[in-house]
Design a protein around this ligand. Structure first.
Ligand code: ADP
Ligand code: MG
Length: 697
């Protein structure tokens, strides 16, 4: 076999028929490379199989022996069955029970040779027992081979392909690898970081030598594992740099300049003094606008940091240069709010603003589309309706995408394709931990607003069992009497008959008629018609509604400065960053604001940790960090949605430090290797395919 071993389809391996090949493919494993670049979920030391006679209760152990007897038994609980076995290894025997896995009667038979791995427990009337252990059945020829007598890899089961079958496949595949397997990592870097070769690393990551510490293996910290993780990280970061290099070679059709007239025009629009953080971010953005290649920048800033005005000033610069601006928001409510604010701020200017959402009536829409195409509308605010095929711009120069984590990658690409290399500014209030920012937004430049507009007080957050809601209502009353407003947020729109949730609608009636009858209580949810939503939102913004009962449609972006209380019902059901976003709806002015997290007991450990994080800190970065720890990166972004790269080996939480090293090394490599434009283009192409990334900006 030659160097193409890695590209060999798995169906050519012995033991892989069409059925198994289909199962493997379902899990994304098509080639030998896919199989080998997939770590075991854990490693088990079977070099020191324990004799049954030496087992002690409380320990976790691997044993191997023959099945003396086994049978399925019914219990008094209807439908609940237990599969019992007795296993003997010559030194003694042990009872084994699998609960509720009746199919095991077709798996085990007397006389089979098995390996078991699990916790040893005391049995009711003396003796020891294993309950629900992991198991493998050995054929006679398997004994003393790859499945026992060593540290063995345990793979996650894929359909009908058991861990044991996978071990065999991996072992066979490794046998075929040539010792001089080409290595992606530059030799100099590999040697300096003392990492093993690719060939050696693949062997040792799957079948570690016996002297490798088991705990290091299970933490994925051995040199072989680190080498493979680093390889993936380095390739990824190299692609990121290549993409940046390629983007820097693009040219905007029209240059943007900034002069005193434009500065004055910005001053006219600005309703307040920018914070230092806003000024710095604006400077970075405007510097980008004046460069010949398109901007690709992420503006990050915690909820309430004041990103909108920064984007609007950037938009003004573009418009003063004769260019059109598209301003995208993830919800109709938010698009509407941006439209109102921006229209107000630009009232005295010569620029015309339009709103295009899914709710725009078709006649009005046609008219607006014509104006956008003719260039007589300068700034278009909209939802995803903005990226639909019939929207054409005369001179689209800048695209602003608010709350960008809410958008799919494709929508961004489509919008971008509408202009000739427009500048792109994406904004997010999801404070992304640094490692994640490097990977998810690796090819974007990042500006961060770290300060808050002056006079803001930290929001006071309290978690309370819902049985104590009366205290909260009393508090809300005081706030309303002091002239403030409040939100009450529910997780659902409709009462679900199965789940014990008070739906927003019901609760709205209850609050309006019984608890707060002296005040005006409004209702807002996702299933209302657009103009209904609009009316309620406007009434709340105008202070005509005192309490807004809502579902999570107010989660992002909504800005009503006078609101000082946020009550989240069933707070235990919300994710951490969602809670942080919701809390960010208050504390947007000089008033002391409050957030009450009402929860239903008993709390799960995770829910408790989330509520604790919320009451511990208001720092969005810390919240994001804890969220990442609690949920893992996949859920953090909702994988594909946010254009997260697909990693085979990297775990963004576990491998943070290695990712940093890879980033530095990739940057340095790019400087010294100085690849040609053609090489850069090839790198980008491979990179996008390899990490399943579509065009991001
Ligand atoms: P976010 O960053 O969450 O999008 P917004 O842009 O909605 O925040 O701004 C939050 C609120 O703070 C808005 O009411 C806005 O008018 C106000 N604001 C923003 N910047 C300043 C500032 N420099 N001084 C005073 N108020 C500001
Ligand atoms: Mg915002």
């Amino acid at each position: 076999m030659n160097n193409d071993v890695l590209a060999t389809p798995l169906q050519f391996l012995k033991g892989v028929g069409p059925r198994r090949a289909a199962d493997l493919e379902h899990a994304g494993l098509v080639t030998v490379e896919d199989l080998l670049y997939r770590f075991p979920i854990r490693y088990e030391d079977r070099s020191r199989l324990q004799s049954i006679v030496s087992l002690k209760p409380g320990q976790t152990a691997s044993v191997t022996g023959r099945i003396l007897s086994c049978h399925l038994r019914t219990t008094r609980r209807p439908g609940f069955k237990i599969f019992d076995a007795a296993v003997d290894d010559g030194t003694g025997s042990i009872f084994v029970s699998w609960l509720n896995q009746p199919f095991l009667k077709d798996v085990f038979t007397r006389g089979q040779h098995v390996v078991l791995f699990g916790a040893v427990e005391m049995r009711g009337h003396g003796g020891l027992q294993l309950t629900n252990p992991q198991y493998e059945i050995l054929d006679d020829e398997d004994r003393e081979t790859i499945h026992t007598g060593r540290i063995v890899p345990v793979y996650e089961k894929i359909g009908g392909v058991t861990p044991k079958i996978q071990r065999k496949l991996v072992h066979d595949a490794l046998q075929r690898l040539p010792a001089d397997l080409p290595d992606h990592l530059p030799e100099a870097i590999r040697l300096r970081l003392e990492l093993p070769s690719r060939h050696a690393a693949l062997l040792a990551a799957h079948f570690p030598p016996t002297d490798v510490p088991l705990d290091a293996l299970n933490r994925f910290e051995t040199p072989a594992q680190r080498r493979l993780i680093f390889e993936e990280a380095f390739l990824f970061q190299t692609g990121v740099f290549a993409r940046r290099r390629a983007a820097a070679a693009e040219r905007k059709p029209q240059l943007i300049t900034v002069d005193d007239r434009i500065r004055e025009s910005a001053r006219q629009v600005l309703p307040f003094r920018l914070t230092a953080g806003q000024r710095q971010a604006l400077k970075e953005i405007v510097d980008d606008l004046q460069r010949p290649h398109p901007m690709n920048r992420l503006l990050q800033g915690d909820v309430g940091a004041g990103k909108t005005i920064v984007a609007l000033l950037a938009a003004l610069v573009a418009m003063e240069n004769g260019l059109q601006v598209a301003f995208m928001a993830p919800t109709e409510i938010l698009a509407e709010q941006h439209f109102m604010n921006i229209s107000r701020l630009l009232q005295a200017s010569r620029f015309r603003v339009a709103l295009l959402t899914g709710a725009t009536a078709s006649a009005a829409r046609r008219e607006q589309l014509a104006e956008v195409e003719a260039g007589s509308v300068h700034l278009v605010v909209g939802t995803h309706a903005l990226v639909q095929g019939d929207v054409r711009f005369a001179t689209l120069g800048l695209v602003v995408i608010d709350e960008q984590h809410r958008f799919g990658v494709l929508q961004r690409a489509t919008l971008r394709a509408k202009g000739l290399h427009p500048d792109v500014l994406v904004m997010t209030a999801t404070p992304i931990p640094r490692t994640l920012a490097l990977t998810v937004y690796g090819d974007l430049d990042v500006s961060v607003i770290r300060d808050m507009p002056p006079g803001r007080l930290a929001i006071k957050t309290v978690a309370k069992p819902e049985s104590r809601r009366d205290e909260v209502y009393e508090f809300v009353r005081q706030q309303l009497d002091a002239g403030r407003q409040a939100y009450v947020v529910y997780p659902l729109v409709e009462e679900s008959d199965k789940i014990d949730l008070k739906a927003a609608t019901e609760m709205h009636d209850h609050l309006a008629q019984e608890i707060f009858s002296a005040y005006r209580v409004g209702l807002l949810h996702g299933r209302m018609k657009a103009d209904g939503k609009e009316r309620v939102m406007q009434a709340f913004a105008a202070g005509e509604i005192h309490i807004l009962v809502s579902t999570t449609v107010v989660e992002v972006g909504v800005d009503v400065a006078n609101a000082s209380v946020m009550i989240v019902e069933h707070a235990e059901r919300f994710g951490l960053s969602q809670l942080h976003q919701l809390r960010g709806r208050v504390g947007r002015d000089r008033h002391q604001s409050y957030c009450f997290l009402l929860y239903q007991s008993p709390l799960s450990d995770d829910a408790r940790a989330r509520l604790k994080a919320m009451t511990d800190t208001t720092d969005g970065f810390e919240i994001a960090d804890r969220d990442l720890q609690l949920r893992g990166p996949g859920d953090f972004f909702g994988t594909r949605q946010a254009g997260m790269p697909t990693f085979r080996l990297i775990d963004l939480v576990r491998d943070r430090e290695l990712l940093d090293v890879a980033q530095r090394e990739a940057a340095a490599w790019f400087d010294t290797a100085a690849p040609t434009p053609a090489a850069v283009a090839a790198l980008v192409e491979n990179w996008e395919a390899r990490f399943k990334l579509m065009e991001i900006g």
